[in-house]
Design a protein around this ligand. Structure first.
Ligand code: PLP
Ligand code: ZN
Length: 413
């Protein structure tokens, strides 16, 4: 278990002890003052080797326990989170003129999204802190994931989702036994309500960005990717971006591996946003290495998980990708829907729109030719079954027939 040396404010640089503050930097406020967990890396470097993970016996993200901010194994849920498959597709790599192409399928997590990596940590933190209620605002996945991981614990889960959340995600919440509030408004307003409620009633808040421990879970996808490739990570890694926590986590994972000397080069992380939901991409374009300038927008995209106009982790998402040497790209809704289909038909991996957005980002850079000869990985952050209505918009209808061979023959070439 990692020894935390401090929680660092991403804007003013103030350092807090883990018991001094719960969520964000008091002087910068919740939006600018998100905190980054730092550890005693020098000690880690002396006591840990990268071979230790394989020997840990955990075929889950708990193999990285020495790099995670939890105090004991007591509250770890038996659900197998992380250590998701990494598939290689040489036929596509050849076609795209890449040296290799990998797809990491995080849709195979217990509640079918990347969010499980963070929820599993938060459920432990809540119990370590003696909380009885956990809450979250969510476009859907963060909440269903929290509800799933809290299900077998004494924690009560209270959730705020926009009333437009996809039906499968709402069903997951109800099945896991969460108390669900469908908020009459966007995700951005549901978020503010959850924050007010958590403050008013003392609930532990898992909403994106404010809780510094979320990114710690989210960094494990990067560490896994590196380990699965024998510590030779690819040149570029694509991921869909909404609030900006997943992309920040992936950058942090690679940065820590580099700090520990376990990888010799940093993969470039490419954050992919939907064209009409891209405030982070815009803030990144305006960033010059000093203060992060950003403007909230009214967001619209078919990719509900990244439909975020008021991104809560914008400072971290801009600074961490800048430090990583990566960048942002935007893709249209049409390209996202098309990517769901082409990804599924070429690889067998069915992604929800926000997951397919990362693949659409890859395709857009393949088209410009700038990835030629490089190795690339795409993080598929959510399973396609979570939002079938988006997928069905672009696949046409099946054929209805009478149950006879003759009827069938009439439809065959
Ligand atoms: C939450 C989510 C993202 C983006 O993560 P952020 O931290 O909001 O940027 C991408 N894909 C899926 C499927 C998600 O659920
Ligand atoms: Zn601060």
């Amino acid at each position: 278990m990692g020894v935390i040396t401090g929680l660092h404010c991403v804007t003013c640089g103030s350092i807090y002890g883990p018991n001094d503050v719960e969520y964000t930097c008091p002087s910068c406020g919740p939006r600018l003052g998100t905190l980054e967990v730092r550890y005693d890396y020098e000690r880690m470097g002396k006591t840990l080797t990268r071979d230790a993970f394989a020997k840990s016996g955990h075929e889950s993200m708990w193999r990285y326990l020495p790099l995670l901010p939890i105090e004991s194994e007591e509250h770890i849920q038996p659900l197998r989170v992380g250590w998701t498959p990494l598939h290689s597709f040489p036929h596509l790599a050849r076609e795209f003129k890449l040296s290799s192409l990998f797809v990491k399928d995080d849709g195979q997590n217990p509640t079918a999204s990347y969010k499980d990596r963070a929820s599993s940590i938060v459920v432990i933190k809540a119990q370590e802190k003696g909380k009885s209620v956990v809450t979250a605002a969510s476009t859907g996945n963060a909440a269903s994931s929290l509800a799933g991981f809290a299900a077998a614990t004494p924690l009560e889960t209270i959730i705020f989702v926009p009333k437009t959340a996809p039906e499968a995600k709402v069903a997951q919440l109800l099945v896991y036994g969460a108390r669900v509030f469908l908020v009459n408004g966007s995700y951005d307003v549901a978020y503010d309500l959850a924050s007010e409620a958590s403050e008013a009633f003392g609930w532990y808040n898992r909403s994106a960005a404010v809780n510094p421990y979320l990114v710690e879970g989210k960094k494990t996808g990067a560490i896994e990717l590196a380990e699965q490739l024998d510590w030779h990570p690819p040149d570029v890694v694509f991921v869909g971006v909404g609030d900006g926590s997943v992309v920040s986590g992936i950058c942090k994972g690679f940065a820590e591996l580099q700090l520990l000397g376990w990888i010799d080069r940093l993969p470039q992380v490419i954050g992919v946003q939907a064209e009409n939901s891209a405030p982070i991409a815009r803030a990144f374009a305006a960033y010059d290495g000093n203060d992060v300038w950003f403007e909230d927008i009214d967001a619209h995209t078919v990719a509900d998980s990244i439909c975020v106009g008021k991104p809560r982790d914008v400072v971290k998402a801009v600074k961490s990708v800048y430090a990583n040497g990566g960048r942002y790209v935007t893709v249209s809704d049409e390209a996202i829907l098309d990517a769901i289909i082409t990804l599924a038909r070429r690889t067998g991996v069915f992604a929800e729109p926000a997951g397919a957005a990362a693949y659409a980002g890859l395709l857009s850079l393949v088209r410009t030719g700038e990835l030629q000869g490089k190795s690339a990985a795409v993080m598929i952050t959510g399973n396609g079954l979570k939002d079938i209505s988006s997928a069905r918009k672009v696949v046409g209808e099946p054929t209805l027939i009478e149950p006879t061979l003759r009827a069938l023959e009439a439809h065959l070439p």
